[in-house]
Design a protein around this ligand. Structure first.
Ligand SMILES: O=C1O[C@H](COP(=O)(O)O)[C@@H](O)[C@H](O)[C@H]1O
Length: 234
C-alpha cells in the first residue's frame, strides 16, 4: 500500500484527473480495453470535471460503478448521472460503454437489480477501482457495522438502510472490489482524517470498511494534507 499526499483538495483533484487519464492511456497502449470502476463523492466529481482528452480513445473504455443510489434514472443523486455530467458526456463516451447500475422504476426489485449488475461484470480483474471514503470510513455503499461487509458470494448487493441519504442503494461487495489490478482510495478534507488514520493503522472492516480493500497489483491512497493529518507514522 502506498500513500501520496497533496497540499490541497484542488491539487489532489487535478492529480487524480491526470492519473486516471494516464492509466487509461497505458492500458490502451497494451492493446486492451480499460475497465474502470467509478466512485461517487465530492473529490471524485471534482477530479472528473478536470479530466481532459489526453492521449486516450474515450470511445474504447468500459465504465462501471462501485455503488449507486437506487433512485430513478437521471436523478441528480445518481453517481452515474454525476459522472456523465462531469466528464463522460463531454468526452463522448458511447452509451454502450457506460455500465450503469439499474435504476429505480425500471421494473426490478433491488435484489434483482444487484444480481443483474453482478452478472454484467467482467470476469477479468478491473484495471482500476476508484473509491471515495466517507467520514465514517465507508467505501462504495459498504457501511460500518452493516451485514454487506461480510458478503462472500454475491458481487453486488442491495442496501436498504444507508446511514447517508438516500437510504436505498446497490453496492459492489469486497469480492468484486478486490478483483482489480489497481485500487485507488481518493480522499480530501479534515472530516475524513479519522477514518483515513484508522485505515492506516488498527482499523477493521467493521469500523472502517476502507481497511478491507486492496488491489491485486497496487493499493494507492491519494490524499490532501487535511485528510492525511491524523495518520500516525512509525
Ligand atoms: O454516498 C457516497 O459517498 C461516498 C463518499 O462521498 P463524499 O461526498 O463524502 O466524498 C462515495 O464514495 C460513494 O460512492 C457515494 O455513493
Amino acid at each position: 500500500m502506498t500513500t501520496e499526499v497533496w497540499p490541497t483538495a484542488e491539487e489532489l483533484a487535478a492529480i487524480i484527473a491526470e492519473r486516471i487519464t494516464e492509466k487509461i492511456a497505458a492500458v490502451q497502449r497494451e492493446g486492451r480495453t480499460p475497465t474502470i470502476v467509478l466512485t461517487g463523492g465530492t473529490i471524485a466529481i471534482d477530479a472528473y470535471e478536470q479530466i481532459q482528452d489526453g492521449d486516450v480513445d474515450w470511445t474504447n473504455v468500459e465504465f462501471y460503478w462501485g455503488d449507486e443510489r437506487f433512485v430513478p434514472a437521471g436523478d441528480a443523486d445518481r453517481n452515474d448521472q454525476q459522472a456523465k455530467d462531469a466528464f463522460l458526456d463531454r468526452l463522448g463516451v458511447p452509451a454502450e460503454r457506460i455500465h450503469a447500475m439499474p435504476a429505480q422504476g425500471a421494473g426490478l426489485e433491488m435484489a434483482e437489480a444487484a444480481d443483474q449488475y453482478a452478472a454484467s461484470l467482467p470476469a477479468e480483474p478491473f484495471d482500476l477501482v476508484l473509491l471515495g471514503v466517507g467520514p465514517d470510513g465507508h467505501i462504495a455503499s459498504l457501511f460500518p457495522g452493516h451485514p454487506q461487509l461480510h458478503e462472500t458470494k454475491r458481487l453486488a448487493v442491495e442496501v436498504f438502510d444507508s446511514p447517508k441519504p438516500p437510504p436505498e442503494r446497490i453496492s459492489l461487495t469486497y469480492p468484486a472490489l478486490r478483483n482489480a489490478q489497481s485500487v485507488w482510495l481518493i480522499v480530501a478534507g479534515e472530516g475524513k482524517a479519522e477514518a483515513v488514520a484508522r485505515a492506516h493503522a488498527h482499523g477493521t472492516i467493521e469500523d472502517t470498511p476502507a481497511s478491507g480493500v486492496q488491489g491485486l497489483t497496487e493499493t494507492v491512497w491519494l490524499l490532501d494534507v487535511a485528510a492525511s493529518s491524523l495518520i500516525v507514522t512509525a
